[in-house]
Design a protein around this ligand. Sequence first.
Ligand SMILES: [Zn+2]
Length: 255
Amino acid sequence: MSMAISILNGFTCNARIPRTWQTGTVCLIVESNRGPVLVDTGLGREDYSNPTWFTKLFRIITIMPFNPRQAAINQVQELGYRPEDFKHIILTHMHFDHCGGLPDFPHAKIHVVRKEYEAFIHQRGFLRAAYVQRHIAHKPDFVFYEETGDTWFEFSAIRITGFEPEIWFIPMPYHTPGLCGIAIKTEAGWHFHCGDAAADFRRHDIPEWSIRLILGPYMPRLREFATDHPEIRMTASHMFLDYFGPSAAANERQP
Ligand SMILES: [Zn+2]
């Protein structure tokens, strides 16, 4: 079986200042022994057709192309999958821009660390307004995970059992109480998706204080890890648009 990973941009969100800061939202499709697994969903169809007040507010603060083609459900269908092929979705965390697409995959079990689910339900964390209850109104099946004392390299880690290739949660709470990175062992080596614990590793023009404030204390350690492990592919959730390839950047850039 090929254990490839595809990378989608599930949601483009650009800063007003500086306007050149145009970022997407990494969603992964992992080919596994249990079918294709989606890691994060971006926004869902209803977020476009009937936006919540929070999305409306976010559209004022940031610049969003707000193109419904970016909904994961539309992208996976363009790639030839059926929605029901996705029996499993893994979440880095439950902010609106990472799990808004859950209602589009009603057949999927949702794998998430328990702390994150509880923060979502009880609206905890300094960015709690980004938890949108509507995103689980369809009452999906959840599978919850707790810390086990295991490690992946030097990080504490939780194995998501039953999947080949190996998939691990790497808890890095701060941005949300249950935020995780996701480590996946592909044939080409490890992919360490750091979620919202890191900013785009290729960029050195993002002020460290703003990374510390929004994403937490992990970036210096993750940069060091990246230097020590050039064989590991590392991504952050909000990679700049050029990461997703020229077509994505061209389609989603605003005039
Ligand atoms: Zn995010």
